[in-house]
Design a protein around this ligand. Structure first.
Ligand code: GRF
Length: 217
């Protein structure tokens, strides 16, 4: 087996996706290791959760008067210092500038809580409910400078149930996220998935549409 992929995970919040990825590494279902967790928020609960597992976890809050590009350059330097094979956005809530994204192109993934291209941006669960949709979900995609517009790889789809509200829907979507993010990273680790320029290739074939997995959560 090839050596474990080195993962750097960027978070701003609870870090449940980070923990799911780390769990998969520890359980051996993902041939990878989390070599660092970086956050723009010192108070992100995920940082403490990472540290309590012995993971390297660092806060890089934006300094007073610091521009977005200067902060992103600092974040990129801290990321590269950890020598990642893949960089995973897992609830990182700042928009990254194009030089950050381009320098990691093909090695930068994100998880977004909707069936992209539906509901880019924030408040995805609320917007799916307001639109009276019958299904919702999450998408793992490669990141390009086009916000939430990079090529999607794998989607988890669930049914919206009568009586669902933002909280119940978010909880069920998150359960799916914890399955599909480690799955995609393992596809990278096993060499099944690559991204050449901005084109994902799965098992040697261009992935023109995301794979969709239905969940009964
Ligand atoms: C997830 O729902 C993810 O889709 C979105 O931000 C949330 C992060 O949650 N991008 P957590 O910090 O991983 O618990």
């Amino acid at each position: 087996m090839s050596s474990p992929l080195r993962l750097v995970v960027l978070i701003s919040g609870a870090g449940s996706n980070l923990l799911a990825l780390d769990d998969a590494c520890r359980q051996g279902t993902l041939n990878a290791q989390v070599v660092g967790v970086l956050s723009d928020r010192s108070a992100a609960p995920g940082l403490e959760r990472a540290r309590s597992r012995g993971l390297h976890a660092e806060a890089l809050p934006i300094a007073p008067g610091e521009s977005r590009s200067a902060h992103d350059a600092r974040l990129l330097a801290a990321t590269n210092a950890l020598r990642p094979d893949l960089v995973l956005l897992a609830g990182y809530m700042r928009i990254l500038d194009s030089s950050f994204v381009q320098s990691l192109q093909g090695r930068l993934l994100n998880i977004h809580p909707s069936l992209l291209p539906r509901h880019k941006g924030l408040h995805t669960h609320r917007r799916a409910l307001e639109a009276d949709e019958i299904e919702h979900g999450a998408t793992v995609h490669f990141v390009t400078p086009d916000l939430d517009g990079g090529p999607p790889v794998l989607q988890a789809r669930i049914k919206i149930r009568p009586g669902d509200d933002e909280t119940t829907l978010a909880a069920r979507v998150q359960r799916c996220e914890h399955v599909i993010y480690p799955t995609v990273v393992q596809w990278c680790a096993s060499g099944r998935l690559r991204c050449i320029d901005t084109k994902p290739m799965l098992d040697g074939h261009p992935l023109v549409e995301p794979i969709v997995q239905d969940f009964d959560f």
